[in-house]
Design a protein around this ligand. Structure first.
Ligand code: ZN
Length: 202
């Protein structure tokens, strides 16, 4: 399975990073070893001093496809989850500065804590509200209505380059409010009013 991720897919987050709003989806990947499931704790790695959370809606791919056409894109995902795209912001800044790939800053072990998946009716097209809580307080409040590239757009774009395979997952981007984590912090992710995931930073 692949873990495909989209960067800067909410205008307010691109602004807080002082990054331009992309004209095409910004695609990167994490390896399967990045997954952290079952609310397991995350151990703060020693290679960063500025680990950030990014709360995101994650899609699960339910059928194989290449070069998916827009009118069929909604048929390729039927479940969503809440995931954290954990990012070593200091390493990422160095990679960006040098024009290097940023995998070490975003694809390291356990950098993708993820909740269980819930069914999602992709025909309905109803916006999803989601929140990140840090130590009980809301730090990110997002709505998929504000996506620059919506789910169907992402399916079309990604499948031009990478064959989508059943079981692949897509991190669809984070809204504003990203920030640093400390050892002892508790992260939680909500979809609507439902607590989906908690992750203790150890
Ligand atoms: Zn992200």
């Amino acid at each position: 399975m692949k873990i495909i991720c989209i960067g800067r897919n909410y205008v307010d987050h691109a602004k807080e990073m002082n990054s331009p709003v992309p004209k095409q989806p910004l695609v990167f990947m994490k390896p399967p070893s990045a997954l952290l499931v079952n609310n397991k704790p995350f151990y703060y790695p020693d290679f960063t001093k500025n680990l950030h959370y990014e709360g995101e809606i994650v899609l699960k791919i339910c059928r194989n496809g290449r070069h998916v056409q827009p009118e069929f894109a909604h048929e390729y995902y039927d479940q969503i989850a809440f995931g954290f795209d954990l990012t070593a912001r200091d390493l990422q800044a160095k990679c960006k500065e040098k024009g290097h790939p940023w995998e070490i800053a975003k694809g390291f072990d356990n950098s993708a804590p993820i909740s269980k998946f819930i069914n999602f009716d992709s025909n309905k097209d109803s916006p999803i509200h989601f929140e990140t809580k840090l130590n009980g307080g809301v730090v990110q409040s997002g709505n998929t209505d504000d996506l620059i590239f919506d789910f169907d757009n992402l399916i079309v774009h990604i499948s031009k380059y990478f064959k989508l395979q059943q079981g692949d997952i897509i991190f669809t981007g984070t809204p504003a409010g990203v920030g640093p984590l400390q050892i002892g912090d508790k992260l939680e992710g909500y979809i609507e009013d439902q607590m989906m995931i908690e992750c203790q930073i150890k």
